[in-house]
Design a protein around this ligand. Sequence first.
Ligand code: ADP
Length: 272
Amino acid sequence: FKIYGAPILSAQKRVVGAALTIRDITNIRRLEQMRTEFVANVSHELRTPLTSIRGFVETLLEGALEDPEVSRRFLGIINKEAQRLQQLIEDLLALSRLENQPQRVRPGRAKLIPTLEGVLATVNPLAREKGVNLEVEIPEGLPSLAIGENYLSQVLLNLIDNGIKYTPAGGRVTVRAGLENDGIQVEVEDTGIGIPAESLPRVFERFYRVDKARSREMGGTGLGLAIVKHIVEAHGGNVGVTSQPGQGSRFFFTLPVVTEGKVQAESPIPEK
Ligand code: ADP
């Protein structure tokens, strides 16, 4: 709380009382703290790959360059760390665009199956390389979703990519969808490592990871699920997760469908 005080004076300038204003600044403090934490997190996430890149470059310059095999290995690491930096910056930009102008998100219209096919083309090689089976169980003829195709792709990609990342070889990732109330529910279920109950409420937070080392090793930025939540909520939907540690996880989201007759123009929502 912040308390402001001022004396109340009579016409003769004598103090006859005092006025107190008590302002609840819990929310402001909380926002300030979140901002500080976010900046600290970003700095840390940027510094880690940079420190690694500089370390390997220095070792190369100090002589390791003479050994072609060591050089190739170090350059491989440098390349991987640089890619992580790039992904992190792209994720941060995506998040800040969503946060700064949620009202500018256009209604859009996307068909689930063709959008999913595009995403599967990207993740299939990854799944094959890891020995994880990808399955799709989606009925034909679902109505279009009220979301731009790029946004829907990003949501599907992040969830399926996680499913593959956190599922050991021989496991399975299944994408399902169906009508639910006024919208469509899509779920991505895996048979992977699962998430402990105490972490479940936090996985959609920016930079939250159950296991930092494992996430980094997989090339994760800790922002994928925060982006999913932002995109889905900006389009009037919801996200959720259930999980059984050691058995698997099930991430789901709902989105409104395009109601026929309603104009879904690809233009900014007119102001009232
Ligand atoms: P990351 O880049 O670390 O994967 P995300 O925001 O996508 O970041 O996910 C946050 C954390 O949630 C991950 O670090 C991981 O601990 C957990 N997580 C996400 N998806 C899954 C999944 N399918 N199975 C198990 N854990 C998951």
